[in-house]
Design a protein around this ligand. Structure first.
Ligand code: PAF
Length: 289
C-alpha cells in the first residue's frame, strides 16, 4: 500500500494512473480508528474497482465546539496494518494543514440545504456542512468513480448523495449495510467511550428500533404513538434521547399515506457518548392493509 500525506503527491500519482483509462477508482473516506464496519467498505471497494483509495482524516470542520475533536481516537499505525491486510492500494492520511491551508474559519464551505437541517443537524448545526465540505474536497482531489459510505450514518449518506447530485460530481455513491455486534450494537468508533456498564445498555437502542419496526410490519400505523413509545422506552433506561423518528427512507420526510420505504432513526446519549442507529424496511406488500 502506498501512503500519501501530501495532496499534490497524491494527485500526481493518481493522474499517472488515470491516464490508463480502463482503471476504475473506488474511494472510502474515513476518520480512522478502523473497525469491521469500515473494513466492509474497503472489501466492497476492493471487489468493484481496480484501484482502492482510503482516506484517514479527522475533519475538524464537522465537530461542534463542545464535541470530542481532541479526544477522538487516533490509531493511524493500527489503521495502516488493517488497510494493508485488506489490500487497499492507497492511503491518504494528511495533516490538517494539507487540506485546510488557512484557518478552518476562512474555508469555503458546502451546505446541503434541507437534508442537513433536521435530526443530527438540529443538535449538531455545523456537522453536515463540515461533512459536505470535506467530502467535496476529497472527491475533487481523488476523482473517484465510486465512493462507499456506511448506512449507520444514514442522514450523512443522503446528504452526500444530494451533494453529489446537486454539484454534478458524477460519483457513484454506494451505501454499505451496518455492521453489528452479536447483541445488535452498531459498530462505531465512539463505542470506545462506553464504560463496561454502559456497553451493556447500548444494544437497547437497536433492540428498541427492531421491536417497533416489527410492530409496523405487523400493521400498526400509529407512527406518532410508536415514536413517543420508542423515546420513552429509551429514556426509561440509561439513555437521553435526542430524536426517535419514523420517516420516509428516501428523503427523511414525514410519511405520506402511500409511502412504503420506511426508516426509523434514532440518536441517544448514554452519559456523554452519543449513539445513532436506524432500521430500514419496506411495507409495500402491506399497502392494502
Ligand atoms: O463518516 C465519517 O467517518 C466521516 O463523516 C467522513 C465521511 C469520513 C467525512 O469526514
Amino acid at each position: 500500500m502506498k501512503i500519501f500525506n501530501n495532496k499534490l503527491e497524491l494527485k500526481a500519482f493518481l493522474k499517472k494512473y488515470k491516464n490508463n483509462d480502463v482503471l476504475k477508482v473506488g474511494f472510502v473516506p474515513t476518520m480512522g480508528n478502523l473497525h469491521q464496519g469500515h473494513m466492509q467498505l474497503i472489501e466492497a471497494a476492493r471487489a468493484q474497482n481496480d484501484l482502492v483509495v482510503c482516506s484517514v482524516f479527522i475533519n475538524p470542520l464537522q465537530f461542534e465546539a463542545h464535541e470530542d475533536l481532541d479526544t477522538y481516537p487516533r490509531t493511524l499505525d493500527e489503521d495502516i496494518i488493517k488497510l494493508s491486510a485488506s489490500k487497499c492500494d492507497i492511503l491518504y492520511a494528511p495533516p490538517e494543514i494539507d487540506l485546510y491551508s488557512e484557518s478552518t474559519d476562512s474555508q469555503t464551505t458546502v451546505h446541503v440545504s434541507g437534508l442537513s437541517e433536521g435530526f443530527c443537524g438540529k443538535s449538531r448545526p455545523q456537522h453536515f456542512e463540515g461533512v459536505a465540505t470535506i467530502v467535496s474536497k476529497l472527491f475533487n482531489l481523488i476523482r473517484p468513480d465510486t465512493a462507499y459510505f456506511g448506512l449507520k450514518d444514514y442522514q450523512q449518506f443522503l446528504v452526500v448523495k444530494k451533494l453529489n447530485l446537486d454539484l454534478e460530481l458524477g460519483v457513484e455513491i454506494v451505501g454499505i449495510e451496518i455492521f453489528r455486534e452479536n447483541n445488535g450494537l452498531a459498530l462505531s468508533s465512539r463505542n470506545k467511550y462506553l464504560t463496561e456498564v454502559e456497553i451493556k445498555s447500548a444494544p437497547l437502542l437497536f433492540q428498541t428500533l427492531k421491536k417497533l419496526s416489527g410492530e409496523i410490519l405487523e400493521g400498526n400505523r400509529n407512527y406518532c404513538e410508536i415514536e413517543k413509545r420508542g423515546s420513552e422506552l429509551l429514556a426509561n433506561t440509561d439513555f437521553t434521547v435526542d430524536y426517535f423518528a419514523i420517516r420516509n427512507a428516501l428523503d427523511l420526510k414525514p410519511l405520506a399515506k402511500d409511502d412504503s420505504e420506511i426508516i426509523i432513526l434514532a440518536a441517544a446519549t448514554i452519559n456523554k457518548t452519543r449513539l445513532i442507529d436506524n432500521v430500514r424496511f419496506s411495507i409495500s406488500e402491506n399497502l392494502s392493509v
